[in-house]
Design a protein around this ligand. Structure first.
Ligand SMILES: [Zn+2]
Length: 359
Protein backbone atom coordinates (compact mmCIF):
# COMPACT_ATOMS: atom_id res chain seq x y z
CA UNK A 1 0.00 0.00 0.00
CA UNK A 2 1.43 3.39 -0.99
CA UNK A 3 -0.03 6.88 -1.24
CA UNK A 4 -0.63 10.03 0.76
CA UNK A 5 -3.39 8.72 3.04
CA UNK A 6 -1.46 6.18 5.05
CA UNK A 7 -1.73 6.15 8.85
CA UNK A 8 1.01 7.81 10.87
CA UNK A 9 4.07 5.85 11.97
CA UNK A 10 3.24 5.68 15.66
CA UNK A 11 -0.26 4.29 15.13
CA UNK A 12 1.16 1.68 12.72
CA UNK A 13 3.68 0.71 15.40
CA UNK A 14 1.00 0.56 18.11
CA UNK A 15 -0.89 -1.98 15.98
CA UNK A 16 2.25 -4.03 15.32
CA UNK A 17 3.55 -4.18 18.87
CA UNK A 18 1.47 -7.14 20.03
CA UNK A 19 1.92 -9.11 16.81
CA UNK A 20 5.68 -8.80 16.56
CA UNK A 21 6.47 -9.72 20.15
CA UNK A 22 10.22 -9.46 20.60
CA UNK A 23 11.01 -9.65 16.89
CA UNK A 24 12.32 -6.84 14.68
CA UNK A 25 14.38 -4.83 17.16
CA UNK A 26 15.51 -2.43 14.38
CA UNK A 27 11.94 -1.28 13.72
CA UNK A 28 11.39 -0.61 17.42
CA UNK A 29 14.75 1.18 17.59
CA UNK A 30 13.49 3.51 14.84
CA UNK A 31 10.31 4.13 16.82
CA UNK A 32 12.28 4.84 20.00
CA UNK A 33 14.60 7.24 18.17
CA UNK A 34 11.62 9.16 16.75
CA UNK A 35 9.85 9.30 20.11
CA UNK A 36 12.95 10.64 21.82
CA UNK A 37 13.64 13.14 19.05
CA UNK A 38 10.14 14.62 19.32
CA UNK A 39 9.67 17.50 16.87
CA UNK A 40 13.29 17.29 15.64
CA UNK A 41 12.38 14.33 13.40
CA UNK A 42 9.33 14.21 11.13
CA UNK A 43 8.18 10.69 10.35
CA UNK A 44 6.15 9.66 7.34
CA UNK A 45 4.92 6.20 6.37
CA UNK A 46 5.83 5.92 2.69
CA UNK A 47 4.25 2.50 2.19
CA UNK A 48 2.88 -0.48 4.07
CA UNK A 49 4.20 -3.91 3.13
CA UNK A 50 1.83 -6.81 3.75
CA UNK A 51 3.38 -9.93 5.22
CA UNK A 52 1.48 -12.77 6.91
CA UNK A 53 -1.33 -10.48 8.00
CA UNK A 54 1.05 -7.77 9.25
CA UNK A 55 1.38 -4.32 7.76
CA UNK A 56 5.05 -3.32 7.99
CA UNK A 57 5.88 0.36 7.47
CA UNK A 58 8.51 1.78 5.14
CA UNK A 59 9.15 4.97 7.06
CA UNK A 60 11.09 8.10 6.21
CA UNK A 61 12.69 10.20 8.95
CA UNK A 62 13.36 13.84 8.13
CA UNK A 63 15.43 16.45 9.91
CA UNK A 64 15.06 19.91 8.39
CA UNK A 65 13.00 20.52 5.26
CA UNK A 66 14.18 18.91 1.99
CA UNK A 67 11.82 21.10 -0.05
CA UNK A 68 13.50 24.32 1.06
CA UNK A 69 16.96 23.28 2.28
CA UNK A 70 19.83 24.06 -0.06
CA UNK A 71 21.12 20.48 0.02
CA UNK A 72 19.98 17.08 1.17
CA UNK A 73 21.71 14.06 2.66
CA UNK A 74 19.72 10.91 1.93
CA UNK A 75 20.51 7.76 3.92
CA UNK A 76 19.06 4.35 3.14
CA UNK A 77 19.46 1.01 4.84
CA UNK A 78 17.97 -2.47 4.79
CA UNK A 79 17.39 -2.67 1.02
CA UNK A 80 18.73 -6.17 1.55
CA UNK A 81 16.75 -7.29 4.57
CA UNK A 82 19.37 -9.60 6.03
CA UNK A 83 21.98 -6.81 6.21
CA UNK A 84 20.71 -5.49 9.53
CA UNK A 85 24.00 -3.93 10.54
CA UNK A 86 23.57 -1.17 7.94
CA UNK A 87 20.26 -0.15 9.50
CA UNK A 88 21.82 -0.28 12.96
CA UNK A 89 24.77 1.94 11.93
CA UNK A 90 22.34 4.41 10.36
CA UNK A 91 20.17 4.55 13.50
CA UNK A 92 23.26 4.94 15.74
CA UNK A 93 24.42 7.91 13.68
CA UNK A 94 20.97 9.56 13.69
CA UNK A 95 20.89 9.20 17.48
CA UNK A 96 24.16 11.10 17.69
CA UNK A 97 22.86 13.82 15.33
CA UNK A 98 19.76 14.31 17.48
CA UNK A 99 21.70 14.34 20.75
CA UNK A 100 24.03 16.99 19.32
CA UNK A 101 21.03 19.11 18.30
CA UNK A 102 19.97 19.27 21.97
CA UNK A 103 23.02 21.22 23.14
CA UNK A 104 24.86 22.60 20.11
CA UNK A 105 22.88 25.52 18.67
CA UNK A 106 25.40 25.92 15.83
CA UNK A 107 24.87 22.30 14.84
CA UNK A 108 21.10 22.61 15.03
CA UNK A 109 21.03 25.78 12.88
CA UNK A 110 22.40 23.87 9.87
CA UNK A 111 18.95 22.32 9.51
CA UNK A 112 17.20 25.72 9.23
CA UNK A 113 18.15 26.39 5.61
CA UNK A 114 21.42 24.73 4.66
CA UNK A 115 20.70 21.05 4.97
CA UNK A 116 18.03 18.41 5.33
CA UNK A 117 18.61 14.80 6.30
CA UNK A 118 16.16 12.22 5.01
CA UNK A 119 16.62 8.64 6.16
CA UNK A 120 14.89 5.42 5.16
CA UNK A 121 16.49 3.07 7.67
CA UNK A 122 14.45 0.00 6.64
CA UNK A 123 13.62 0.05 2.93
CA UNK A 124 12.73 -3.66 2.93
CA UNK A 125 10.96 -4.40 6.23
CA UNK A 126 9.44 -7.68 4.97
CA UNK A 127 12.90 -8.98 4.04
CA UNK A 128 14.36 -7.86 7.36
CA UNK A 129 11.62 -9.54 9.40
CA UNK A 130 12.28 -12.76 7.48
CA UNK A 131 16.09 -12.40 7.57
CA UNK A 132 16.17 -12.44 3.79
CA UNK A 133 18.04 -10.43 1.22
CA UNK A 134 15.04 -10.15 -1.10
CA UNK A 135 11.62 -8.64 -0.42
CA UNK A 136 8.58 -10.83 0.42
CA UNK A 137 7.96 -11.35 -3.33
CA UNK A 138 11.49 -12.82 -3.66
CA UNK A 139 12.76 -9.81 -5.62
CA UNK A 140 16.26 -8.47 -4.96
CA UNK A 141 15.47 -4.76 -4.87
CA UNK A 142 18.98 -3.79 -5.93
CA UNK A 143 18.58 -5.82 -9.13
CA UNK A 144 15.07 -4.58 -9.85
CA UNK A 145 15.55 -1.24 -11.64
CA UNK A 146 14.93 -1.12 -15.42
CA UNK A 147 18.55 -0.97 -16.48
CA UNK A 148 20.70 -3.76 -17.91
CA UNK A 149 24.43 -4.25 -17.54
CA UNK A 150 26.42 -3.49 -20.69
CA UNK A 151 28.94 -6.31 -20.18
CA UNK A 152 29.06 -9.73 -18.53
CA UNK A 153 27.78 -10.02 -14.98
CA UNK A 154 28.61 -12.86 -12.58
CA UNK A 155 26.15 -15.74 -13.05
CA UNK A 156 23.03 -15.24 -10.88
CA UNK A 157 24.75 -12.69 -8.60
CA UNK A 158 24.55 -9.97 -11.24
CA UNK A 159 20.75 -10.35 -11.33
CA UNK A 160 18.57 -12.75 -13.36
CA UNK A 161 15.00 -13.62 -14.31
CA UNK A 162 15.46 -17.39 -14.37
CA UNK A 163 13.41 -18.37 -11.36
CA UNK A 164 11.95 -16.41 -8.47
CA UNK A 165 13.23 -18.92 -5.91
CA UNK A 166 16.85 -18.30 -6.81
CA UNK A 167 18.61 -15.41 -5.02
CA UNK A 168 19.33 -12.15 -6.90
CA UNK A 169 16.02 -12.46 -8.82
CA UNK A 170 15.20 -9.19 -10.61
CA UNK A 171 11.42 -9.34 -10.91
CA UNK A 172 9.73 -7.68 -13.90
CA UNK A 173 9.78 -3.93 -13.35
CA UNK A 174 7.85 -3.18 -16.54
CA UNK A 175 4.95 -5.39 -15.43
CA UNK A 176 5.03 -4.69 -11.73
CA UNK A 177 7.15 -2.25 -9.75
CA UNK A 178 7.84 -3.55 -6.28
CA UNK A 179 6.28 -1.46 -3.50
CA UNK A 180 9.66 -0.86 -1.84
CA UNK A 181 11.06 0.46 -5.12
CA UNK A 182 8.13 2.87 -5.54
CA UNK A 183 8.47 4.12 -1.96
CA UNK A 184 12.20 4.74 -2.38
CA UNK A 185 11.68 6.43 -5.75
CA UNK A 186 9.12 8.82 -4.24
CA UNK A 187 11.60 9.80 -1.55
CA UNK A 188 14.44 10.28 -4.06
CA UNK A 189 12.21 12.57 -6.14
CA UNK A 190 11.36 14.64 -3.06
CA UNK A 191 15.04 15.02 -2.18
CA UNK A 192 16.36 16.02 -5.61
CA UNK A 193 15.90 19.48 -7.07
CA UNK A 194 17.82 21.45 -9.72
CA UNK A 195 20.61 23.60 -8.26
CA UNK A 196 20.84 21.54 -5.13
CA UNK A 197 22.97 18.57 -4.19
CA UNK A 198 21.55 15.31 -2.89
CA UNK A 199 24.30 13.11 -1.51
CA UNK A 200 23.22 9.53 -0.81
CA UNK A 201 24.72 6.86 1.42
CA UNK A 202 23.17 3.43 0.96
CA UNK A 203 24.24 1.00 3.70
CA UNK A 204 25.06 -2.62 2.85
CA UNK A 205 27.21 -5.43 4.20
CA UNK A 206 28.59 -8.66 2.86
CA UNK A 207 31.33 -7.98 0.32
CA UNK A 208 35.01 -8.51 1.05
CA UNK A 209 37.32 -8.04 4.02
CA UNK A 210 37.43 -4.24 3.91
CA UNK A 211 34.85 -1.48 4.10
CA UNK A 212 34.16 -0.12 0.65
CA UNK A 213 32.73 3.18 -0.48
CA UNK A 214 31.39 2.41 -3.89
CA UNK A 215 30.96 4.92 -6.68
CA UNK A 216 28.30 4.03 -9.30
CA UNK A 217 27.75 2.68 -11.92
CA UNK A 218 27.12 -1.03 -11.54
CA UNK A 219 25.81 -1.43 -15.09
CA UNK A 220 28.96 -0.47 -17.02
CA UNK A 221 32.72 -0.28 -16.64
CA UNK A 222 33.03 3.23 -18.08
CA UNK A 223 33.10 6.08 -15.56
CA UNK A 224 29.93 7.77 -14.36
CA UNK A 225 29.47 11.27 -15.82
CA UNK A 226 30.02 12.79 -12.37
CA UNK A 227 33.30 10.94 -11.78
CA UNK A 228 35.21 14.21 -11.27
CA UNK A 229 32.92 15.15 -8.37
CA UNK A 230 33.48 11.75 -6.78
CA UNK A 231 37.26 12.16 -7.11
CA UNK A 232 36.96 15.62 -5.55
CA UNK A 233 34.99 14.15 -2.63
CA UNK A 234 37.53 11.33 -2.23
CA UNK A 235 40.43 13.81 -2.18
CA UNK A 236 38.65 16.00 0.37
CA UNK A 237 38.03 12.95 2.57
CA UNK A 238 41.64 11.80 2.30
CA UNK A 239 43.02 15.25 3.06
CA UNK A 240 40.91 15.41 6.22
CA UNK A 241 41.30 11.79 7.30
CA UNK A 242 44.52 10.47 5.74
CA UNK A 243 44.52 7.36 7.97
CA UNK A 244 41.06 6.23 7.00
CA UNK A 245 40.49 2.61 6.13
CA UNK A 246 37.95 2.63 3.30
CA UNK A 247 38.43 1.39 -0.24
CA UNK A 248 36.92 4.34 -2.11
CA UNK A 249 36.34 3.53 -5.78
CA UNK A 250 33.94 2.39 -8.47
CA UNK A 251 31.83 -0.69 -7.84
CA UNK A 252 32.41 -1.77 -11.44
CA UNK A 253 36.04 -2.54 -10.54
CA UNK A 254 34.66 -5.53 -8.61
CA UNK A 255 31.65 -6.72 -10.59
CA UNK A 256 28.79 -5.51 -12.76
CA UNK A 257 25.13 -6.06 -12.04
CA UNK A 258 21.75 -5.45 -13.64
CA UNK A 259 19.02 -3.31 -12.16
CA UNK A 260 21.02 -1.26 -9.65
CA UNK A 261 18.69 1.25 -8.00
CA UNK A 262 21.24 4.03 -7.74
CA UNK A 263 22.34 3.70 -11.36
CA UNK A 264 18.73 4.20 -12.32
CA UNK A 265 18.03 7.09 -9.94
CA UNK A 266 21.25 8.82 -10.98
CA UNK A 267 20.32 8.66 -14.66
CA UNK A 268 16.77 9.82 -13.88
CA UNK A 269 17.95 12.76 -11.80
CA UNK A 270 20.33 13.89 -14.55
CA UNK A 271 17.39 14.00 -16.93
CA UNK A 272 15.64 16.30 -14.47
CA UNK A 273 18.70 18.52 -14.06
CA UNK A 274 19.28 17.53 -10.43
CA UNK A 275 22.59 16.58 -8.83
CA UNK A 276 22.30 13.19 -7.15
CA UNK A 277 25.56 11.61 -5.99
CA UNK A 278 24.95 8.15 -4.55
CA UNK A 279 27.55 6.21 -2.58
CA UNK A 280 27.21 2.66 -1.31
CA UNK A 281 28.84 1.89 2.02
CA UNK A 282 29.56 -1.81 1.67
CA UNK A 283 30.80 -3.06 5.04
CA UNK A 284 33.22 -5.93 4.65
CA UNK A 285 31.59 -8.73 6.62
CA UNK A 286 34.05 -11.47 5.60
CA UNK A 287 36.44 -10.19 8.25
CA UNK A 288 33.82 -10.72 10.98
CA UNK A 289 33.30 -14.25 9.70
CA UNK A 290 37.04 -14.90 9.53
CA UNK A 291 37.50 -13.82 13.14
CA UNK A 292 34.47 -15.77 14.33
CA UNK A 293 34.09 -18.68 11.89
CA UNK A 294 31.00 -20.24 13.49
CA UNK A 295 29.03 -17.26 12.08
CA UNK A 296 29.19 -19.09 8.77
CA UNK A 297 26.53 -21.51 10.03
CA UNK A 298 23.90 -18.79 10.22
CA UNK A 299 22.77 -16.93 7.10
CA UNK A 300 22.42 -13.65 9.02
CA UNK A 301 25.89 -14.26 10.49
CA UNK A 302 27.39 -13.91 7.03
CA UNK A 303 26.26 -10.29 6.87
CA UNK A 304 26.31 -9.05 10.47
CA UNK A 305 28.82 -8.98 13.32
CA UNK A 306 27.58 -11.30 16.05
CA UNK A 307 30.21 -10.83 18.79
CA UNK A 308 29.19 -7.87 21.03
CA UNK A 309 32.54 -6.02 21.06
CA UNK A 310 32.81 -6.27 17.28
CA UNK A 311 29.21 -5.13 16.88
CA UNK A 312 29.93 -2.05 19.04
CA UNK A 313 33.10 -1.35 17.05
CA UNK A 314 31.16 -1.41 13.77
CA UNK A 315 28.48 0.90 15.19
CA UNK A 316 31.05 3.54 16.14
CA UNK A 317 33.51 3.09 13.30
CA UNK A 318 31.48 4.90 10.61
CA UNK A 319 30.42 7.95 12.64
CA UNK A 320 33.33 10.11 11.44
CA UNK A 321 32.65 9.26 7.82
CA UNK A 322 28.99 10.17 8.15
CA UNK A 323 29.75 13.44 9.96
CA UNK A 324 32.19 14.23 7.16
CA UNK A 325 29.67 13.47 4.41
CA UNK A 326 27.10 15.64 6.12
CA UNK A 327 29.57 18.53 6.23
CA UNK A 328 30.50 17.91 2.57
CA UNK A 329 26.81 17.97 1.67
CA UNK A 330 26.43 21.29 3.49
CA UNK A 331 29.35 22.85 1.59
CA UNK A 332 29.19 21.56 -1.99
CA UNK A 333 30.60 24.77 -3.45
CA UNK A 334 33.88 23.98 -1.71
CA UNK A 335 34.48 20.74 -3.60
CA UNK A 336 32.04 20.15 -6.49
CA UNK A 337 34.08 20.77 -9.61
CA UNK A 338 33.40 22.03 -13.13
CA UNK A 339 35.34 23.07 -16.22
CA UNK A 340 39.10 22.61 -16.39
CA UNK A 341 39.38 21.40 -12.81
CA UNK A 342 36.80 18.70 -13.54
CA UNK A 343 38.76 17.62 -16.62
CA UNK A 344 41.91 17.23 -14.50
CA UNK A 345 40.05 15.09 -11.99
CA UNK A 346 38.59 12.99 -14.80
CA UNK A 347 42.15 12.28 -15.88
CA UNK A 348 43.03 11.35 -12.32
CA UNK A 349 40.09 8.91 -12.27
CA UNK A 350 41.33 7.47 -15.56
CA UNK A 351 44.77 6.88 -14.04
CA UNK A 352 43.35 5.47 -10.80
CA UNK A 353 40.68 3.13 -12.08
CA UNK A 354 40.15 3.13 -15.82
CA UNK A 355 43.55 2.53 -17.37
CA UNK A 356 42.18 -0.49 -19.25
CA UNK A 357 39.68 1.75 -21.05
CA UNK A 358 40.48 4.12 -23.94
CA UNK A 359 40.72 7.70 -22.64
ZN1 LIG B 1 23.38 -5.45 0.17
Amino acid sequence: MTGPNLPDFFSVMARLRGSLGGRFSELFAVEQLCQQAGSMIQTRVEALVELNGLQLPITSLTIGNPETARNCLLLTGGIHGVERIGTQVLIAWLESVIERCRWDAHWQRQFDEELAIVALPIVNPGGMLQDMRCNPSSVDLNRHAPIDAEADTPFLIGGHRIWRKLPWYRGHWHRHQEIEFVALQNVVYRCTRPESLCLVVDFHSGFGFKDHLWIPYAFRKEPIEDIACYVALKLLWERNFPHHNYQFGPQAMHYLSHGDLWDYFHIQSREHGAKLLPLTLEMGSWLWVKKHPSQIFSFAGLFNPTVPHRHARVLRSHLILLDFLMAACRNPNQWLVEGEHARQLQQMAQALWYRHLPS
